[in-house]
Design a protein around this ligand. Structure first.
Ligand code: GAL
Length: 656
């Protein structure tokens, strides 16, 4: 078993996607000079190089890559080598139209962009395997090679005919018989009963609402098909280089793949992260993804891509103000990253991403972006000997599950205003603002190591997951569940009573009479000043709760908005941000989960990684932070006694 440490060897990997095929060879020499000057020790090659490597079917052109691999090695820069299978060459779609995916309306996704491959196409898979095999055979023994990067951000769907055939196979495997499928999908509704497997299709364009379990299974199937594409390539490279780790880069909190399942198949978990520099919660949304990626990795992880400046895919694309790139990069290291990499090294002059920043922007080496990249390289080198490989400890886990998201986020629900990622983000933000270090976990994971488990919303819970939550509370853990949790079983069938009976008993709820979703902007007042948003519930308590916070006024007047029975809490609304923060801070304190530091000024994040204390000022004004005792700031190489001032976007990495 290999891991990230086989690639980092005690360093923090620093670098990014390098697309030298877009540049003349003289530029390559300028590039390595600038890389060396900036402390870059890793580049990712070949992500979109298929048409260059295989210009015509079965022809190979490796000469340019041979020279690059050597050039990198000569300069001490390691190579993360990508299989180029995310963007097949034009000849592929032209000669083999069966490799092109179809959308749900039956339209073909043509070449001319990228990711125009059908995960289900046998031709695509065969050709992807062939180029992977040849790459692995040619470069497996190259001394520059440190890590394999399979494909890029697997994220495609396909509703076409070959995908339909594979979907039927997948369903046969899951259900065995059509009867079982009809039962699971509830096809008695709207005359959907299937009498022949050939009738079963992906959920293509339909007149009105689609069968929700069919949609759910299609999402499960898609994740599994893409995973098959990944593991097929992974197994090829592993055969050649069993000593080298393999990864594929996730998109942050991406709906299209069950990343818990995928992470089990990776040696290194990596993610691409692009918070909006103008988002007032950019730092927290970054922290959420960092916490989730660390939890999937169960240890150090890799920031495979971020932007040194603006991206080009938002409505308005803002650059990063001076210092922000450094701050967010060090935040990733604080939260467990052992690699800080970018898309991309040199900003393109042509193509769809020419207005996306690079580590070297259009302004070149004199530009502010590159100058800051250079400073960051020096910072990372200073902290690497102490930070790389060091673990983080969290007392709190937030539960998240893709299947629940897929089931819960469909049409035909009580409220379209409920957006799962937003709810998840709101709960994570409340914990982040309380400086509680948080892991994420799957609802069936072992939770016994956590003092507090938080479930923002798990609409779908398997029986095993319910058992797990009950056992966790029985074992002394503290559980807080948000609204719309435990509603559906694995087939998206509503549980009797509208919420799992054992969970109702756990929280002291006799009857869930109705859900009362709120309009956007509407609030539900509760005793003690708490106000709920988005949702409320008409709950009849069974009299066993130890504590309740009732709704005040309106239709639900006097009914419990929040219930606590022993160590189990149920919150039937989304409290406004400050109220949610205060509630979770109180519950966490009761559970013995401690914030990293008390009394921090607003906007200052504190994270402990191993023996290091990272302090990150997300504000534009300087702040002073009390840190009793004497420590050494690795970034400034000075001693810090009792207090430290952090400038705009300032960071300190303190070692005892
Ligand atoms: C990522 C992708 C990169 C580049 C980047 C731009 O999603 O992997 O190739 O497109 O976005 O932000």
């Amino acid at each position: 078993m290999t891991s990230l440490s086989d690639a980092t060897r005690g360093r923090i990997l620093y670098g990014g996607d390098y697309n030298p095929e877009q540049w003349p060879e003289e530029t390559w020499h300028e590039d390595v000079r600038l890389m060396t000057e900036a402390g870059v020790n890793s580049v990712t090659l070949g992500v979109f190089s298929w048409s260059k490597l295989e210009p015509r079917p079965d022809e190979r052109d490796f000469g340019w890559l041979d020279r690059l691999m050597d050039l990198m090695h000569d300069h001490g820069i390691g190579v993360v080598l990508a299989t180029p299978t995310a963007s097949p060459p034009p000849w592929m779609g032209h000669l083999y139209p069966d490799t092109l995916p179809r959308d749900e309306d039956g339209r073909t996704e043509w070449w001319g962009g990228r990711q125009h491959f059908s995960h289900s196409s046998a031709t695509y898979r065969r050709r992807a395997a062939a180029i992977t095999e040849d790459l692995a055979a040619r470069y497996g023994a190259h001394p520059a090679l440190t890590l394999w990067h399979i494909n890029n951000e697997y994220c495609t769907y396909d509703w076409g005919d070959e995908a339909a055939a594979r979907f039927r196979d997948w369903l046969r495997h899951r259900y065995g018989t059509l009867d079982a499928l009809n039962t699971a999908w509830g096809t008695a509704f709207w005359s959907q009963g299937y009498g022949d497997w050939a009738e079963v299709l992906p959920p293509r364009h339909a007149h009105y609402l689609k069968n929700p379990t069919q949609v759910l299974d299609f999402k499960r199937f898609t994740s599994d098909m893409l995973l098959e594409c990944y593991t097929a390539e992974r197994d090829i490279v592993r055969r050649h280089t069993p000593h080298l780790p393999v990864t594929t880069n996730f998109m942050p909190l991406w709906a299209g793949q069950d990343a818990w399942r995928w992470a089990e198949e990776e040696d290194v978990v990596s993610v691409d992260l692009y918070p909006d520099p103008r988002d007032p919660f950019g730092a927290q949304s970054g922290a959420l993804v960092q916490d989730m990626t660390r939890s999937q990795a169960r240890g150090p992880w890799m920031l495979m891509e971020q932007a040194a400046g603006p991206v080009n895919w938002r409505g308005v694309n803002h650059p990063k103000p001076r210092g922000l790139n450094r701050l967010w990069s060090l935040q990733a290291v604080a939260r467990g990253a052992d690699a800080v990499c970018y898309f991309q090294w040199r900003q393109s002059r042509q193509g769809a991403e020419k207005f996306h920043s690079g580590m070297v922007g259009h302004a070149g080496a004199r530009g502010r972006t590159y100058q800051e990249v250079k400073q960051l390289g020096a910072d990372l080198a200073r902290i690497a000997p102490h930070a790389a490989g060091a673990p983080l400890r969290a007392d709190v886990a937030v539960l998240h599950d893709w299947h629940s998201w897929w089931a819960g986020d469909q049409e035909g629900r009580p409220s379209r205003a409920v957006d799962y990622p937003q709810v998840l983000g709101a709960w994570h933000r409340a914990l982040w603002q309380s400086r509680l270090t948080t892991d994420f976990a799957h609802p069936e994971h072992d939770l016994s190591g956590y003092r507090l488990v938080v479930v923002p919303q798990l609409y779908l819970l398997t029986d095993t997951a319910v058992d797990n939550l009950l056992a966790y509370v029985l074992g002394g853990g503290t559980l807080v569940c948000g609204f719309l949790t435990g509603v559906a079983d694995e087939d998206d069938r509503v549980r009797p009573g509208g919420m799992d009976a054992r969970l109702r008993e756990l929280f002291g709820i006799r009857t869930l009479h109705e859900w009362w979703p709120l309009e956007p902007g509407e609030t539900a007042a509760c005793e003690g000043g708490l106000r709920g948003t988005l949702w409320s519930e008409e709950l009849e308590p069974d009299g066993t709760a130890d504590e309740t916070v009732p709704y005040k006024g309106g239709e639900l007047d006097g009914l419990p908005a929040v219930l606590r029975k022993g160590r189990a809490w149920y919150v039937s609304t989304l409290p406004e941000p400050e109220a949610l923060r205060a509630l979770l801070a109180r519950v966490a304190a009761g559970a013995g989960a401690r914030p990293v530091l008390d009394g921090l000024p607003d906007g200052v994040e504190a994270v402990r990684r191993g023996e290091l204390l990272f302090l990150l000022n997300h504000g534009r004004e300087p702040v002073t932070v009390d840190v009793p005792g004497t420590r050494h700031d690795l970034l400034t190489e000075t001693a810090v006694t009792d207090r430290i001032t952090l400038g705009r976007y300032g960071v300190a990495v303190l070692k005892p």
